[in-house]
Design a protein around this ligand. Structure first.
Ligand SMILES: Nc1ncnc2c1ncn2[C@@H]1O[C@H](COP(=O)(O)OP(=O)(O)OP(=O)(O)O)[C@@H](O)[C@H]1O
Ligand SMILES: [Mg+2]
Length: 489
């Protein structure tokens, strides 16, 4: 692409640039590493034949729902999803959100996954459909393949040359850098621009690393450490790669995964990414700062062109909308339309509501609705519901709750006695799994502050906590009692 060549000498390459488009992975694909609510969930835990294993990848029980999701996953992997959204329904704390996260983990980090909560659409600044729209585009990936001219090899020499700084009396600047690259076939010494040296420093390249430098942009990408330097540790963070074959100077196919939202953002704020500009260069006219419908359409056109030419491939990801009953009629209408579009991701919805009013229909008074609004299962309009494949999650038995609690205790490093665990499991059956899971950490703290030495959290700690915290049912019960009392007098 000629746009790249002209910009190469004037602009410094972006950090980590190496392909066509350099962007940090979208936030939606970042995995949390701290101990969070769902950190024990590592996948759906299915056997090769698609049946749910009793306890695997952090999942216990809920076998039917897991198997249903497994089936959807295989359709998705074959690229044959039917365009029908999947709806997860069930009582609170039965693992709907956990199931959706497991699905994203099974898909791997290369497939975009965007999770949102229904109520996120309500903002004073951005239109509801705008929020939904950008989430849709966050869930659609584009894999761009391009053959580029690169210099690739193991770094054998890295010598920056210093010169007097012409602008100030003190300090020195880098005038150029000499980089030696070695492949199986030969070696080459390159004299490079200081901007390339900056990129090399940003990638933290040292002698012995395998890198490639794009000829047109000067973008540097560290591939890994040459395996000639491999040590014999059992565990290492370093990734070792073989010495590249062929010549140092060659044409190489580079693959980059981006989402449509990345492209929108990069083109809306062109100063943000030189590399994106290079791909979408022809779109950017002046400094746009806002993602408009027009810009999206322009980007779609270019994306279509790339797909037609075989340069890019569309990777439909997953859009997960939790608490879908929080969306209103306007959003559902948008959703219906977006689902029909050829560039639609796979949509997973979740709700814990039964029959309730669809938001935004309360004061319609038309189409036969009362001022109370249109009531519908899960607060979803019937026509959308009709399109959904519905998967139900069911309540857990005491034994299952106990095992989930046990697993969480292990992860959080909490010591607990058998009786206390039984007691919590019993309580979980009456209240909810989520409530007892939430009690684990406070009960541990309570146990520690008491300075108790022994087998860990005891039944007394659990009982004491029950006085401090109320679950939803007890709290409602108290309010009901108060109301009755008031009505009496
Ligand atoms: N089968 C399971 N195995 C292991 N952990 C589970 C299982 N089901 C739920 N959990 C854990 O229980 C907690 C509550 O589950 P989750 O948040 O997924 O419920 P939910 O159905 O989304 O509830 P809500 O309707 O209130 O949003 C989470 O920490 C989740 O990881
Ligand atoms: Mg949930």
């Amino acid at each position: 692409m000629s746009a790249i060549a002209s910009s190469s000498s004037t602009s410094a390459p972006q950090p980590n640039s190496g392909g066509i488009i350099t962007q940090p992975p979208p936030p939606s694909t970042l995995r949390e590493s701290r101990i969070a609510t769902h950190s024990h969930i590592k996948g759906l835990g299915l056997a090769d034949d698609g049946t749910a294993m009793d306890f695997s990848q952090g999942f216990i029980g809920q076998t039917l729902a897991r198997e249903a999701l497994g089936l959807h996953l295989s359709l998705l992997k074959m690229g044959r999803h039917s365009g029908r959204p999947l709806l997860l329904v069930g009582p609170p704390g039965t693992g709907k959100t956990a199931l959706a996260l497991a699905l994203s983990q099974e898909l791997g980090s290369k497939v975009p996954f965007c999770a949102m909560v229904g109520s996120e659409v309500y903002s004073g600044e951005v239109k509801k459909t705008e929020v939904l729209g950008s989430c849709f585009r966050r869930a659609i990936g584009l894999r761009i393949k391009e053959t580029k001219e690169v210099y690739e090899g193991e770094v054998t020499e890295l010598t920056p040359s210093e010169a007097e700084n012409p602008l100030s009396g003190y300090g020195k600047t880098i005038s150029h850098v000499i980089v030696g690259l070695k492949t199986v076939k030969g070696t080459k010494q390159l004299r490079l621009d200081p901007s390339v040296y900056e990129a090399i420093q940003k990638e933290r390249v040292v002698i012995g690393d395998v890198i490639y430098i794009e000829a047109n942009t000067g973008a540097v990408k560290r591939v890994g450490r040459s395996d000639a330097y491999a040590s014999e540790y059992d565990l290492e963070a370093e990734e070792y790669v073989p010495l590249p074959k062929g010549d140092v100077h060659k044409r190489k196919e580079l693959v980059q995964d981006v989402t449509l939202n990345d492209l929108d953002m990069a083109n809306a704020k062109p100063q943000g990414g030189q590399d994106i500009m290079s791909v979408m260069g022809q779109l950017v006219k002046g400094g746009r700062t806002e993602v408009t419908d027009k810009l999206r359409k322009e980007i779609n056109k270019v994306v279509d062109k790339y797909i037609e030419q075989g340069v890019a491939e569309l990777v439909p990801g997953v859009l997960f909308i939790d608490e879908v009953h929080m969306l209103d009629m306007e959003c559902f209408t948008y959703l219906n339309r977006a689902l029909e579009s050829p560039m639609s991701p796979y949509v997973v919805l979740a709700s814990n509501r039964g029959i309730c009013t669809i938001r935004g229909t309360e004061y319609d008074g038309i189409l036969g609705s009362s001022s109370e609004g249109i009531r519908s299962p899960h607060g979803i309009p019937i026509d959308l519901l009709d399109r959904c494949m519905i998967v139900k999650t069911s309540l857990y038995r005491k034994e299952e709750i106990k095992r989930i609690l046990e697993m969480r205790c292990k992860i959080e490093g909490i010591q607990i006695t058998g009786e206390a665990l039984d007691r919590l499991a019993e309580q979980g059956e009456k209240t909810s799994l989520r409530f007892v899971l939430q009690l684990l950490t406070p009960s541990n703290i309570l146990n520690k502050t008491k300075g108790a030495v022994g087998a860990g959290v005891s039944v007394e700690d659990v009982l004491e906590l029950n006085e401090l915290f109320l679950d939803a049912k007890r709290s409602t019960g108290i309010l009901k009692d108060l109301e009755d009392l008031e009505n009496k007098y």
